[in-house]
Design a protein around this ligand. Structure first.
Ligand SMILES: O=C(O)CCC(=O)C(=O)O
Ligand SMILES: [Fe+2]
Length: 377
C-alpha cells in the first residue's frame, strides 16, 4: 500500500552533525492545484515579510531607470551615449538593478521561451518529474527547490527548474533538461544566446561608465567557456503573501543576472534605504541585477543587490533568470583606476569556480556573507 501520497520535492543536505539527510518538501504548485486555502507552517517566516518598517512605498518620482541598450553601443549618437552611460551608473548605484529597453532580442524568441516554460509547468507533477531525468538529490539544479539546508528553515513559496546552458556539455553528469515540451532546450538556448549579446554589451558599458578600461570586466568572458545558468522560478498564487516569501533575501553569486518576468509583475523587491521596495517593472522590459562577482571585479565600486521575491494572492508569476559568469577556471581581480588608493582595496584576486562553490556551500545566509571569501584580510 502506498504510504506516501502527495507530491514532494526532495533535497539532500549535510546537517550540523555532518550527517547527510534528505528532506521532502511540498510542491507549491500542487498545493494550490489541490485548492489549499491556508498557508502550511513550513512556509511561515518568523519576521513577517509585510511587517513595518520593512516595506516601503515609492514616491511618484522614484522609479528604476530604463536603459536603452541601442544608445550604449559604440557608434551611436555621442550625446545620447554619454547620457545613457550616466543613467546606467546612477541606476546601479541607487538601485542595484536597471531595466533594459531596445535590447534587440526578437519578440518571437521571448514568446518562444515563455510558451515552452508555461508548457513545462502546465504538465502534471508526475509528467514533470518524468520529463526531467535527474530528480532526487539534485541540489540547486533540475526541477525542485533551492538552498534547502535544514528541516526547520522556512521554505520559499516557489518551484524552480535550473539548468546550465554553457559551457556545452557541463551538466555535471545530471540530466536536468526537460524532455517535454519537445522544444524546451532549443527555446531556452536561443533566448540565452540573444541574452548574452545584451549582457556582453552591458558589461563593457558598465566598465566605461565607471571610467575603467572598456574591457575591464568583459575580458574575463569567453564565447565557449563562460558559464550561463538559467533558473526558472514559478511562484503560484499564495494564500498569505503577508506571511510567506517567494524567495528569501539574497544576493546572486553571478557577475550579472538577467531577468524576464511573465504572467504578472510585482514580485521582485530590493533593499533600498533600509526598506524593502517593490521594483516597478513594466511589461516587455528586462531587468539586470548586479551579482557578487561584479562587486569583486569592480573593487566594490558596484555593490551586489540584496533582493527577494514577494508572493501574491491574486496572480501567479514566473521569472526566467539567467546568471552570467566568466569560465569557472578564471581568476578575477578588482579593476582600479590609476588615481585610486591601493591601500583602500577591499577585495583580492579570487577564482570564479571557488567563489561560486563557497557561495552555494554556505547559502542561504542572513547577509552577504559569501563576500568575506574575497575580502583582503
Ligand atoms: O523572481 C525574481 O524576480 C527574482 C529571482 C531571483 O532573485 C533569483 O532567482 O535569484
Ligand atoms: Fe536572485
Amino acid at each position: 500500500m502506498a504510504t506516501d501520497v502527495g507530491c514532494f520535492h526532495e533535497a539532500s543536505f549535510i546537517d550540523q552533525d555532518g550527517v547527510v539527510r534528505t528532506s521532502k518538501m511540498p510542491v507549491v504548485q500542487e498545493l494550490m492545484r489541490q485548492g489549499l486555502t491556508h498557508l502550511p507552517d513550513r512556509f511561515k517566516r518568523a519576521v513577517q515579510p509585510s511587517s513595518p518598517p520593512l516595506t516601503g512605498t515609492l514616491a511618484e518620482s522614484d522609479h528604476v531607470p530604463f536603459i536603452n541598450v541601442s544608445k550604449l553601443r559604440v557608434g551611436s549618437e555621442p550625446m545620447d551615449r554619454v547620457q545613457e552611460l550616466a543613467k546606467l551608473v546612477h541606476s546601479v548605484k541607487e538601485w542595484g538593478v536597471f531595466l533594459v529597453t531596445e535590447h534587440g532580442i526578437p519578440s518571437h524568441v521571448l514568446d518562444g521561451v515563455k510558451n515552452t516554460v508555461k508548457g513545462f509547468f502546465g504538465l502534471s507533477f508526475e509528467e514533470k518529474k518524468g520529463s526531467v531525468g535527474s530528480y532526487a538529490n539534485v541540489d540547486n539544479m533540475g526541477y525542485g527547490r533551492s538552498f534547502v539546508k535544514s528541516e526547520n528553515q522556512p521554505l520559499d513559496w516557489v518551484d524552480r527548474l535550473a539548468m546550465q546552458v554553457s559551457p556545452k556539455g557541463s551538466d555535471q553528469g545530471l540530466n536536468v533538461w526537460p524532455q517535454r515540451p519537445a522544444n524546451f532546450r532549443q527555446e531556452v538556448e536561443k533566448y540565452a544566446e540573444e541574452a548574452r549579446k545584451v549582457l556582453d554589451e552591458l558589461l563593457q558599458a558598465l566598465a566605461e561608465a565607471l571610467l575603467l578600461e572598456r574591457d575591464a570586466f568583459y575580458k574575463y568572458f569567453d564565447p565557449a567557456e563562460s558559464e550561463v545558468k538559467v533558473r526558472i522560478n514559478f511562484y503560484p498564487r499564495c494564500p498569505r503573501p503577508d506571511l510567506a516569501l517567494g524567495l528569501a533575501p539574497h544576493s546572486d553569486a553571478s557577475v550579472l543576472t538577467f531577468i524576464m518576468q511573465f504572467e504578472s509583475g510585482g514580485g521582485l523587491q530590493v533593499y533600498k534605504n533600509n526598506k524593502w521596495v517593490t521594483v516597478p517593472w513594466p511589461k516587455e522590459t528586462l531587468l539586470v541585477n548586479i551579482g557578487d562577482l561584479l562587486e569583486i571585479m569592480s573593487g566594490g565600486k558596484l555593490q551586489s543587490t540584496w533582493h527577494r521575491a514577494a508572493t501574491q494572492s491574486h496572480a501567479e508569476r514566473y521569472s526566467l533568470v539567467l546568471f552570467y559568469n566568466p569560465p569557472s577556471s578564471v581568476d578575477i581581480e578588482p579593476a582600479w583606476r590609476e588615481d585610486e588608493d591601493e591601500d583602500k582595496r577591499v577585495y583580492k584576486k579570487v577564482n570564479v569556480g571557488e567563489y561560486v562553490k563557497n557561495f552555494y556551500k554556505i547559502a542561504p545566509t542572513p547577509g552577504k556573507d559569501a563576500l568575506e571569501f574575497a575580502k583582503v584580510c
